[in-house]
Every structure is written in C-alpha cells, then in structure tokens.
Design a protein around this ligand. Sequence first.
Ligand code: SER
Length: 321
Amino acid sequence: MPVERMKRILVTGATGQIGSELTIELRNKYGNDDVIAAGHRRKPSEKLFNSGPFEYVDVTDREGITKVIKKYGIDTIYHLAAVLSAAGEEKPQLAWNVNIDSLYNILEIARKHELVRVFWPSSIAVFGPEAPRVNTPQDTVLIPRTMYGVTKVAGELLCNYYFIRFGLDVRSVRYPGIISSETPPGGGITDYAVEMFYEAIKKKRYTCFVREDTVLPMMYMPDCIKAAMDLMEADLSKVKRYVSYNVAGMSFSAGELVAEIKKYIPGFECGYKPDFRQKIADSWPMSIDDSVASEEWGWRSTHDLAAMTKDMIEKNDKTIC
Ligand code: SER
C-alpha cells in the first residue's frame, strides 16, 4: 500500500533539541509554509521563526492544539514536546502531565480529525536493569526506573492501542542520546556528551556527571532526523510494529569520547563527578540491537564516533568560538 501523502505538518516541541533541526529539514522537504512549528516556553531561533509559520502552543491544552490543527488544515503531527529523564526525576508529576497528557491529546485529535500520520519519539529509557544491557533487543522486558521511562512505555502502549483500535497511523522510534550542534538538550541523562563538546571548545575543561567507564548508546542529529523522516515515509506495509522501533547510532564510554575530542583539542581535560544521574545511566542499555528496524523499513545510521566528533568540532569551532 503506498503511503498517503503528508501535506501539512505540525511539529510540537519545535524549539527543542530535535525539533529545532527537524523542523528545518521538514521545511526543506515539504515546503516552508506547510510545516508549522509550535513551541511553548523556549523562544524560537531566528532561523526557525523566519523560515515558516510559528505558533505558541501548550501541548497539554487540547483546545489550543485543535485551533492550530484547524487553522492550518494539519494532516500530520510530529509530537516532540517532552520533559526529559533527569528533569523528570526532579518533577515526576510534571513529566507525567507533559509527556502523557499531551500524547493522549495528540492521539485523540488525530483520531477525531482523521489525520494521515503521527510521529512520536520514544527512548532507550523504556528499558530498565532487567533488560539485557548489551545489544538490547527490540522485544524484551520493560521495567524503567525513571518517570520519563514510565511515560515512554505507557506512551508506546497508547500508540499501539490507537493503531489497533482506531487504525491511526502512528509511528515511533526509541532514540538513544542525541548529540547536536544547534540546540543543546535540556534535562536529559545523555546531555553530558553534548556539554562535553561545548565545554571542550570554550574552556578546554569539563566535569562529567557520569563515570569515565559509563557506556550509553548515542546518535548524531543527522541520523536522528533521518530515522524520523525515513520511518514516516516508509510504505505502510513495511511498518509492522506500532510499539517503537529500536534504532542505534553508536556506543561509547565517556572516557572514549574524551579521547576522541582530544584528537582535535589536545589540551582538553575532563574530570568526573558522578551524581544521581549515574544510577539512571547504569539502568539503561549500553548498546542497542536495531536489526528489526533495518529489516522492516531499511534503517541504517550514517555516523560513528569518529565521523560525529569530526563534524561536531568543525561546526562548533566556527559557531561557538
Ligand atoms: N536523551 C534522553 C535523556 O537522557 C534519553 O531519551 O533523557
């Protein structure tokens, strides 16, 4: 069955780490006026604000979202707005409200207005210590220890339910930590990998909040965008799962990242001062088996640690210094 065309797209969380870059790529592909960016608290960058429509929307306000859907004749939503893992441990009630109430709003709106398709990101945070930590499989036990992980497991089940019960075409991947050069993440466990680049370039020093031997799965932003866009464009017959797909990029320890950055900035020094985020990192996978996504819709990542580091240094050296 060919995919129904996505003509008018709404991106929630468009001012966030993924949204700020994904929105621009979607605009490049589908047209500036046909991709509506929605943010709430964070001010949009000039690039985001000037390249197409922008709306202030609180994703927990169903009426507010509905107004935007009607105003622009939206048929597709990339629902990215979320509270991340570390921030969610500080305010678990807020994490539940933002992550789950908003997803329920989006799914209900998509069902009622018969939208073509919804994208919603899940995370490696769905896994807990009971799951195998190396090459974590697509299908395994999901007992997360963070509220963020709980909202991602509940969200996956909700998406799956809407597909089976209402035939809503909602698609999802479990992202690893995302490394980006445009907009920094905020409130995540994997933020240290991004912070390390910025601090290495600016100050040549960084104090990392996880141990040197902490290994987590990560992904460079171009692959993050590619995963979302490839999955949303995939032929419906290839998308067999409506719980999220594992997708992998690379895996490295904090120490290995330091060594890679030192190839470009030899004077860089990194200290380690693990805090409450260490325990969460220790409960997450170290590497991900994404063979199901590869087999079903042809997923392939393009950046490994060396390629990502080179690109991050080249981009940030120009923009930060
Ligand atoms: N990067 C996220 C976090 O650390 C994981 O999805 O919260």
